[in-house]
Design a protein around this ligand. Structure first.
Ligand code: ADP
Ligand code: MG
Length: 298
């Protein structure tokens, strides 16, 4: 079931509103968009992958952190650009609460985790991480531009972007301004999931960014006593939703206190079990290899 005409119209209105919100943007696909941000001098980010969700609170940041950790474990050089400016949760997940980014030669320096993942986030530049981010259109676009074009990322195989949820103005800016090779969509098996996922799929399509596939988070709980699998939000809609939109299934994650604690204590790099999202990791590597091939990079 595709989006209804009303839903499509709502998305279209959001796009229009964002176009008229003060900063210059068009709906041109990113390949041709003149406003595509340029990398900082000396930086060489080879592949940019977005992690998106139709709405907040589904575990998008968790999945972004997991993917970064797994990619880094393969020996790749990995960074995370936390573009979810109003809910930046990446630094905490990596044990960087209260840490501040520094600057050199007019460039921001991303903060490196113990495992060598480079991170840039609003929480690393705000005075206090509990300060709310109340920036508006042009300031938001400026901050995102700085996190990319005025940030010394250096050599990176993968830069993962924790995208703002939904189809907001900020989400659009990110889609239009970063050279994203593909997006991973994160959802939960709740009612309306198909519409919510549909929004993310449509947005990526309108921006000409390929959808790599779908990860279903909070999919089930395994009883610690008897091992029985319980599906608190009802049966998984992962296969059905993926088929509906013609996208790949990239993984299914349980609800577990282990993940919540791993994020709270900032120990994702050491506590994350191996191979949790291996299909998603493989898909990212495959897409990256495809682009390398196309661009004649060996
Ligand atoms: N599968 C899960 N099991 C337990 N807690 C989870 C799970 N996924 C996410 N959480 C918790 O839910 C909260 C929201 O997750 P987060 O990744 O920040 O969502 P989003 O980025 O989509 O807003 C966090 O506190 C996180 O630790
Ligand atoms: Mg988040």
């Amino acid at each position: 079931m595709p989006l209804s005409p009303e839903e499509e119209e709502a998305i279209r209105r959001e796009f229009e509103a964002s176009r008229n919100s003060g900063h210059e943007k068009t709906l041109t696909p990113h390949e041709t968009a003149p406003q595509l941000f340029e990398q900082a001098p000396g930086s060489n980010v080879r592949h940019v992958i977005g992690v998106v969700s139709g709405k907040g609170g589904v575990g998008k940041s968790l999945v972004c952190g997991m993917l970064a950790t797994e990619l880094a474990r393969t020996g790749a050089k990995v960074g995370i650009l936390d573009a979810d400016l109003t809910g930046p949760s990446i630094p905490k997940m990596f044990g960087l609460s209260g840490v501040h980014a520094s600057a050199a030669d007019n460039l921001l320096l991303p903060v490196e985790t113990t495992g060598g993942i480079k991170i840039m986030s609003a929480n690393l530049v705000l005075e206090s991480e509990t300060d709310p981010v109340l920036w508006r259109g042009p300031v938001v676009a400026g901050a995102l531009q700085q996190f990319w074009g005025q940030c010394a990322w250096g050599e990176l195989d993968y830069l993962l972007i924790d995208m703002p949820p939904g189809t907001s103005d900020v989400a659009l800016t990110v889609f239009q301004s970063f050279p994203i090779e593909g997006v991973v969509i994160v959802s939960t098996p709740q009612d309306l999931v198909q519409m919510v996922v549909g929004k993310a799929v449509k947005m990526a399509a309108m921006m000409d960014v390929p959808v790599l596939g779908l990860v279903e988070n909070m999919s089930y709980i395994t009883c610690p006593d008897c091992g029985k699998v319980i599906e608190p939000f009802g049966p998984s809609k992962l296969a059905e939703t993926a088929e509906l939109y013609g996208i790949d299934v990239l993984g299914r994650l349980p609800i577990t206190g282990d993940y919540a604690r791993m994020c709270d204590y900032g120990v994702i790099e050491t506590a994350l079990p191996e191979g949790l999202l291996e299909d998603a990791v493989l898909k990212i590597q495959t897409v990256a290899a495809f682009f390398d091939d196309m661009n004649g990079v060996s």
